[in-house]
Design a protein around this ligand. Structure first.
Ligand code: ADP
Ligand code: TYD
Length: 209
C-alpha cells in the first residue's frame, strides 16, 4: 500500500471525521506512513482562507465561495497531497473535490459543467484512489450537528443550511457513487462507530491488498 490518496465525504455530521481518525490509527498501527488532512484548511494558506470565508458571519457570494474552495484545494494539491503521495505516504483527506460537486453544485445550484471545470483547474485532474462516503439520513445529521452549532468550536456558515439543502447535497453524492462505483464507496453511517470502522477497514484492506 504505497502512495495512496483516500478521501472521506459525507454531509455534515455523518461521522466521517470520527472514522478518519480511527482509520488513520489502524493504518499507523500496521506500520503505514499516514498523513491526515482536511479541506478547507489543509495548508497554512488554507487555514487562513477557511477562517476568512467559512468561519465568518459575513455574507459570502456563492461564486466567491466556489472559487475560494478551489483556491484552498489548488494549494492543498500542490504543496501537500501530491508531494506526500509521491513520497509513498497514505494521504487521507477529510473532504476533497466531490464536496464541491455536492455542496456548490447541487447545494448552491452551480451547473455540473461549471463545477467540473473549476475542479479540473484546481486539481490538475488529481483524483483519489478511493473515496468513502458516509451516508446518513439528513435528519440524523442535523440532530448530530445540533450541539456543534450552538458551541463556538467547529461551527461554520454551512451548519445553518436547511434540510432541503442537505438533501440535495446527499443526492448528489449518491449520484457520484452511481457514476463512479469503483472509486466511490457508500458506507451506511447510521450504525455504531465500531461497526462502521470495521466496514471501513474491510474496504480499505480489500482495495489495497
Ligand atoms: P463529520 O466529520 O462528518 O461532521 P463527526 O465525526 O464530527 O462528523 O461526527 C459528528 C457527531 O456525531 C460527533 O459528535 C460524533 O461524536 C458523533 N458520531 C460520529 N459517529 C457516530 C455514530 N456512528 N453514531 C453516533 N454518533 C456518532
Ligand atoms: P467542516 O467544519 O470541515 O465540516 P465537516 O466536519 O462537516 O466536514 O466544514 C467544512 C464545510 O464546508 C462543510 O459544511 C462542507 C463545506 N464544503 C463545501 O461546501 N465545499 C467544499 O468543496 C468543501 C471542501 C467543503
Amino acid at each position: 500500500m504505497k502512495g495512496k490518496f483516500i478521501t472521506f465525504e459525507g454531509i455534515d455530521g455523518s461521522g466521517k471525521s470520527t472514522q478518519l481518525r480511527l482509520l488513520a490509527s489502524y493504518l499507523v498501527e500496521r506500520g503505514k506512513d499516514v498523513l491526515t488532512t482536511r479541506e478547507p484548511g489543509g495548508t497554512p494558506l488554507g487555514r487562513r482562507l477557511r477562517e476568512a470565508f467559512l468561519e465568518t458571519e459575513e455574507t459570502v457570494s456563492p461564486l466567491a465561495e466556489l472559487l475560494l474552495f478551489a483556491a484552498d484545494r489548488a494549494q492543498h494539491v500542490e504543496f501537500l497531497i501530491k508531494p506526500a503521495v509521491a513520497e509513498g505516504r497514505v494521504v487521507i483527506s477529510d473532504r476533497y473535490a466531490d464536496a464541491t460537486a455536492a455542496y456548490q453544485g447541487a447545494g448552491r445550484g452551480f451547473k455540473r459543467e461549471t463545477v467540473a471545470r473549476i475542479i479540473q483547474l484546481a486539481t490538475g485532474g488529481l483524483k483519489p484512489d478511493l473515496t468513502l462516503f458516509f451516508d446518513i439520513p439528513v435528519e440524523l445529521a442535523i440532530a448530530r450537528t445540533g450541539s456543534r452549532n450552538n458551541s463556538e468550536a467547529g461551527a461554520n456558515r454551512m451548519d445553518g443550511e436547511s434540510a432541503e439543502f442537505y438533501a440535495r447535497v446527499r443526492d448528489e453524492y449518491l449520484a457520484i457513487a452511481r457514476s463512479d462505483p469503483r472509486r466511490f464507496k457508500v458506507i451506511d453511517g447510521a450504525g455504531s462507530i465500531e461497526d462502521i470502522h470495521s466496514k471501513v477497514t474491510e474496504i480499505v484492506s480489500r482495495r489495497f491488498r
